[in-house]
Write a protein that binds this ligand. Sequence first.
Ligand SMILES: Nc1nc2c(c(=O)[nH]1)N[C@H]1C(S)=C(S)[C@@H](COP(=O)(O)O)O[C@H]1N2
Ligand SMILES: [Mo]
Length: 227
Amino acid sequence: MISRRSFLAAAGGTIISIGLPGAFIRPSEARQRDLAAETRPDGKPRLPPGQFAVEKIQDMGGTPGSATFENWSLRIQGEVEKPVVLSYQELLALDQVHITCDIHCVTGWTLLDSAWSGVRLTTIMDMVKPQRKGGFIIFEAAHGYTSNLPISATQKENVILAHSFFAEKLPPQHGAPVRVVIPDRYFYKSAKWLEGIKVSSRDEPGFWETLGYSDSADPWKEERHQI
Ligand SMILES: Nc1nc2c(c(=O)[nH]1)N[C@H]1C(S)=C(S)[C@@H](COP(=O)(O)O)O[C@H]1N2
Ligand SMILES: [Mo]
């Protein structure tokens, strides 16, 4: 039997997977024991339940968009007072933040201390002003990939639209020109090759969410699959 965790999905003729089995570069046994005892400033364990640490980001695939740094644009619309279209240059002109965070893939790996630069989602939401009924955010990526969250789950300081990874322009396979980074949800929420953001009055389950993965995706509650 194929486990749900490793099943493949065909999207737009391309076979993609939520987690390709691969060779993981893992910290030493001693470091892994130390990590197991570490806690975050908010009191949560550094490694969420059922996760293991890796030292390098895994390339998890997906179908890249065709946008370049020159012609990329981001359309933010839906239940907002002021819809906006941003170019890459306009994104760079907004307040920039640099975050160091851990990211957690639902397949089990956790990358510690990854460094991203970009713009807080709250900065963008302050521009467009979501209406009261706009309770959900839908991230729209190339080729119809979407992910969804209640707006409340995206209003944290560490939720950003990232254009750089470890001070270098985001590599194509990791979502260039711009991707979402939501460190405290499983990584499938962090849409690569971002093209739009829709504020919606209703929840609209995204690509992996409609295939059985959790809508809320909280790693500390181990919300991996729909129940
Ligand atoms: N557009 C798009 N974004 C996506 C995906 C995808 O297939 N397409 N895969 C998601 C999943 S399942 C994961 S684990 C992360 C992987 O990001 P990475 O390849 O940079 O590690 O991207 C997420 N964002
Ligand atoms: Mo994933």
